[in-house]
Design a protein around this ligand. Structure first.
Ligand code: PHE
Length: 343
């Protein structure tokens, strides 16, 4: 035996292994070369008969033979396993239908997401499409273009997370109104859900990070009656057919006139209960007719376009709709809360 003869045997062995067509053939080749009476163990045994000067080289060649053969064997075996058909007579996978099933807890949608999806769904029926804007806003989009005076308290460092003297975390989704109108000519009909940030101390009804949905409808003849009708339609679809809407005068820098709107309490039908603090009404959010200065800021002609805008706090609606009394429950991700809302 010399190095050359071992190499020749190796080549034959690898060719045979490569040509083996199925699991049984691969196994036969394996036994022939690696089995107890196989060729490779025999070569190793025979090594002692090789002249001492050549022994190390021949030994190395036998080891290399064994390694390449074993590697190829592993590769071929893995390939076979992947394509092996199920081991039943009919070729179909069998299972024991008398075994108990494995219960898997189904996932549930988070109340905040549910409300966002509901709002988007309902306003889509009115022809609104979804718009988006950045969480990191410029002072211009969050305040200036929305006609918010330079000394307005909401700009205060106590209310707004300022990143530097120009950028901030948006305190409302209203800057999306500006971004949409900057991009697009009227008519505009968009709904914009998103995160907002305010420097509020966390308590049962406040969180420094919350969600709003903004609505904006601009055309040449939009009126307060459209706002009322659309919000009333929305309220009925979201909370139930008997829910009424009430508007109260209010002030926002970017709408004129401005209102706050309430829904009649869906729990007591307006009679008065703990949820509505016995008033029969639940405060939802703000709205109004888009201020002419906002139109001017985005390059629209305030004399020819009219529009309404509204905002609403998603957490607030989720809490009212699902009877959740503490806003913190929405962020603690306690699965027991989510489990109650399956479906
Ligand atoms: N952005 C206002 C807020 O956060 C809500 C609002 C939106 C009011 C649009 C009027 C029009 O309170």
């Amino acid at each position: 035996m010399d190095v050359g003869s071992v190499t020749k045997k190796r080549d034959i062995a690898l060719a045979e292994l490569a040509a083996a067509e199925n699991t049984a053939a691969i196994e036969a080749v394996r036994v022939r070369y690696l089995g107890r009476n196989g060729l490779i163990p025999a070569l190793m045994k025979d090594l002692k008969n090789v002249a001492p000067a050549e022994r190390p080289a021949v030994g190395r060649e036998i080891n290399a033979f064994k390694k390449t053969f074993t590697d190829l064997l592993a590769e071929r075996t893995a390939g076979q396993a992947a394509t092996r058909p199920p081991a039943t007579a009919s070729g179909r996978l069998m299972f024991d239908s008398s075994l108990p099933g494995v219960w898997r807890q189904p996932g549930t949608r988070h109340p905040v997401n549910r409300v966002i999806e509901d709002v988007v769904d309902i306003f889509s029926n009115l022809g609104f499409t979804v718009a988006d804007g950045p969480d990191i806003e410029t002072e211009y989009h969050n305040f200036d273009a929305l006609n918010t005076p330079a000394d307005h308290p909401s700009r205060d460092i106590q209310d707004t997370f300022w990143l530097d003297d120009k950028y901030l975390l948006r305190t409302q989704t209203s800057p999306v109104q500006i971004r949409v109108m900057e991009r697009q000519k009227p008519p505009v009909r968009v709904i914009a859900p998103g995160r907002c940030y305010r420097r509020d101390a966390t308590d049962a009804t406040h969180s420094a990070n919350f969600h709003q949905v903004e609505g904006l409808y601009v055309d040449d003849n939009v009126s307060m009656a459209d706002l009322k009708g659309d919000i009333a339609y929305f309220a009925r679809r979201l909370m139930g057919p008997g829910v009424k809407v009430r508007f109260r005068p209010h002030f926002f820098p970017f709408t004129e006139p401005s209102v706050e709107y309430d829904f009649s309490c869906h729990r007591c039908n307006g009679k008065g209960c703990r949820l509505c603090k016995n008033s029969g009404w639940i405060e939802i959010s703000g709205a109004g007719m888009v201020h002419p200065r906002v139109f001017s800021a985005v390059g629209y002609d305030p004399d020819t376009v009219r529009g309404y805008a509204f905002g609403m706090g998603i957490e607030r609606i989720a809490m009212i709709k699902y009877g959740i009394e503490d806003i913190r429950l929405l962020y603690e991700n306690d699965v027991r809360l989510l489990e109650q809302l399956i479906g």
